[in-house]
Design a protein around this ligand. Structure first.
Ligand code: FNR
Length: 382
């Protein structure tokens, strides 16, 4: 399979599956426990149907929206995801440049593999810093100061990681960071030469945003679950979130909340956005899908702050449905990660391009001139 054979996100997923050693593919693709929430996140969009308006004479729909204080050219952006240079040597450099090309937000994870400073210097597109709150207050202060200095437009505090999710695919496949060599991993390396050749020939990477705070090895220095369980502040509460919003003093989102009550509290403490998300089904299995919770959250806070629907987006029509319910924008991880793993920057550009074209085509088919015009009149629940 080649990049030109990829016409939708399912195709990119197959390409990634072919190119990545199984433990790495499963790390991206997998979810927690029985992966019920992982599946529901995507299926939830089938719970309603779009109702088009015909003969509306729309030739060129306007896909732009304003979210987290910045105008973006399409209502979909790249959620922050960890360790992108493990998936493809270009990592965050590729994803940020692709986001820039499509004029949309790029989110970088605290456990990204490119520094905040480099992203600040090289990327002109709107930039979101995903902030994990650590037990060490000095590290937290330093990270926020670095993000500010590097010119980030917004901060999103992730709040769905009070404990590391139980990702059984990773246990079965033996996924660790750094990768621990074993006969089965050696076989995976040998049978996935595209990934292996680039992994062996490109510079090793670490977690530059945590430099000096965890033991750095020649590779990523620790297991993500250990990082969540050992280093993150599992006693964090609303008071702490409010203080972070104040300290940051700019566009600020809570990422990973799922209820209207929590969304109201987020607005009350000074958040300018909420990212409705369950971490792509990687944390609490059995949690409802973001799209299923979207209507009640929009009803509670969309008149005060931006609501962003994160997770399960695989089609342009999914974005149209979320915006019809009341989201200001959507975001996603796997929708670009499969493409990154399969073909680097060219892959991410193709994936974002396919999704943008789907959104534009569907807007025309819906007879809608602007994404701002989408409303619940455009959908019917099954
Ligand atoms: C993530 N996600 C994530 N979220 C976050 O706040 N910090 C992080 O470091 C990561 N890392 C990460 C790695 C990988 C491999 C995946 C797939 C996801 C969650 C991410 O931001 C987003 O919420 C989900 O990816 C949304 O679900 P979809 O779009 O992948 O279905």
């Amino acid at each position: 399979m080649r990049l030109k054979d990829c016409h939708n996100i399912a195709d990119f997923r197959r390409l990634a599956q072919q190119r990545l050693p199984k433990p790495i593919f499963d790390y991206i693709d997998g979810g927690a426990d029985d992966e019920l929430t992982l599946r529901r996140n995507v299926e939830a969009y089938d719970g309603c149907d779009l109702v088009p308006n015909v003969l509306s004479g729309v030739a060129q729909p306007d896909l732009s929206t304003t979210v987290l204080g910045r105008k973006i050219a399409m209502p979909l952006f790249c959620s922050p995801t960890a360790m992108q240079r493990l998936f493809h040597w270009q990592g965050e450099r590729a994803v940020s440049k692709a986001a820039e090309k499509f004029g949309t937000y790029f989110g970088i994870s605290t456990i990204g593999t490119v520094s905040l400073e480099e992203i600040g210097e090289t990327v002109s597109t709107p930039k979101l810093f995903q902030f994990y709150v650590h037990k060490d207050p000095g590290l937290n202060r330093a990270l926020l100061a670095r993000a500010k200095e590097a010119g980030f437009d917004a901060v999103a505090v992730t709040v769905d990681t009070a404990a590391g999710g139980n990702r059984e695919r990773d246990l079965r496949s033996g996924f660790t960071t750094p990768l621990q060599m074993s006969p089965s991993l050696a076989w995976q390396f040998a049978t996935h030469p595209y990934w292996t050749a680039s992994y062996l020939t490109h510079e090793k990477f670490d977690l530059p945003n945590l430099s000096g705070h965890i033991a750095q090895g020649s590779d990523v220095a620790m297991n993500v679950q250990d990082y969540i369980n050992n280093m993150l502040d599992d006693a964090m509460d609303w008071k702490a979130a409010e203080q972070i919003a104040k300290d940051w003093g700019g566009e600020f989102a809570i990422k990973g909340l799922m209820s209207a009550e929590d969304a109201k509290r987020a607005a009350d403490i000074g958040s300018t956005a909420v990212i409705v998300s369950n971490h792509g089904g990687r944390q609490l299995d059995g949690s409802r899908a973001p799209f299923d919770q979207l209507a009640e959250i929009c009803d509670a806070v969309a008149d005060r702050i931006d609501v962003i629907c994160d997770g399960g987006i695989r089609r342009g029509s999914h974005v149209l449905k979320a915006l019809s319910v009341g989201a200001k924008a959507c975001s996603g991880g796997r929708l670009y990660l499969y493409a990154l793993a399969g073909a680097g920057q060219a892959g991410v550009e193709r994936a974002l391009g396919r999704l943008r074209d789907e959104i534009a085509r569907d807007m025309k088919l819906m007879g809608m001139a602007s994404v701002d015009d989408l409303s619940r009149a455009n959908i019917r629940w099954r």
